[in-house]
Design a binder for this molecule. Sequence first.
Ligand code: ZN
Length: 461
Amino acid sequence: MTRAITTGLATRTDLLLTGISQLVTAEGAPARRGQRMGELRVIPDAALAISAGRVQWVGPARDWLPVGGAPARELDLGGAAVVPGLIDPHTHTVWAGDRLADFEARAAKTSYEEILRAGGGIRSTIRSTSAEMPRELARLAAPRIGALLRSGATTIEVKSGYGGSTVAELTMLEAISLLSAEQRAHHGARLLATLLIHLPPPARSSTRPSAPPPESRSRQQFLARVCGELIPAAARRSLASAVDVFVEREAWTVAEAERIFATARSCGLAVKLHSDQFHSIGGVTLAVRAGALSVDHLEAADEEEIRALAHSQTIATLLPGVSLHLGLPAAPGRRLIDAGAAVAVGTDLNPGSSPLFSTAAALGLAVRMNGLTLQEALVAGTVNAACALGLSDRGRLEPGCIADFLVLHSSDWRDLVYVMGANPVAAVWIQGRRWKDDTRRASTSEHVGISSDEPQAETVR
Ligand SMILES: [Zn+2]
C-alpha cells in the first residue's frame, strides 16, 4: 500500500523527517475495538511532514511532494522506526515517602497484616503524602514524569488519591497543576489531572486497611465532604478533568460511586473507575451505565463484565505492572479483545503495587501477561489510551493530529514491546519538537542527580 495523505493545506512544511525505516500507526479515531485493534498501517521507507506542531503529511518517502515551498528544515533519521507518542492513561505519579520496606518484607514472605502492623501499606503513603505541600510533592514527582516521558509517554494522566481529606486532595491536584505548568514550559508531556476518590476513612483506632461499613457516620460524613466540597472545588478551580472512584469491597460501594459520579457530572467532569481489581462487585455495570471513559484494572472481571464492556463505549484499561509486582493473575486482555472490547494499557505507576517507570514496558507486559498481540499493544498504548482520556487529537500519525512521536533505537518497531531492561526509545518528539531530556533519573523515594542525555545520531540537512 503506497497511500499518502495530506491535509490539503498549502501551508509551508516546518520540518520533513526522512530516513524512517518504518512508520507505524493506527488510523482513524475513535477507539479501535475487537479485531480492529490488530490493524496498523506500516509504511516502509517513510517520510513525515510537520507544520505548526501537527502532522501535515505522512506516507512513503518517494511520494512526498512539497506543499507551500521547500520544507524549512529536513532531518534524516538514519533508518530508525517511528511510532506515535505513547499515552499513559493511568498513573499515581505524585506521592511522598516510599514502600521499599513493604517490598523487602513481601519478598521475605511477611504477611500483609504484619506489614500493616509495622506501619506500611497504602495508609503509610497517605500519611506521608498528606503531610507535604504542593511544591514538595511536585519536586518529588518531576523525575518520575521524566522517566515516563523518556520511555515514550507524551501524554500522561496523573491522579490524586493519597490525600485522604479535602485539603490534602486539593494539595495533590495543585502539585499536578505545578508539574503540568513545568512540562509546558519545557515543551514536555501534556499532563491530565484526575481526582481519585480512593479509600473511605479508616476504621477507628485500627491499622488494618478496612474501612468502616457504608452506614457508618464517619464514612457518610467523608462522602458528604467529597460531594459537597472536594469535587465542586476541584472543578471550580479547573484542577481536574475527571473523577475516578475505587470500587472494591474494602473501598467504595457501587451506590456510593454512583453518588460521586452524579456530583462529578453536575460539575462538568468526566468519570472513570478502578474496578474488579480483587472482586467483581458491580463496578463494570456501573461504568457502562454511567458512560465512564474507562474502567481500569479488571483482573477479577469475568464473562458478564467482559460482555458488558464489549457492548459499550467504555475503554477497558489494563495495568499489567500490578499483576507482575504483586504476583497476581493478570486481567483477561485476550478475552476482552476477542469479545469486541476496546482495550488500553497503562503503567499504574505507584509506590505500592506498580513501581513501573516505563510506559513502553507496560505495553511489553501486556503482550506477555494479558495476551495482546504486538499490534494490539501499540493500539492500546496510543489511540485507545487517548480515548480513555477523552482525547481524539493524538495517539496516531495522521494529518491534523498533534505531532507527538517516538524515534526508536531500532529499525523495527516491534523492538518497542520486545526489549526488556533497556529503553527502546531514542528520541521523544512533542508537537513537532524534540524533547530535551534534562530531568533527573527517577527513584521511588528520593531522586539522585545523574545526567541523562542520550546523544542521537541525526543529520540536519
Ligand atoms: Zn490505580
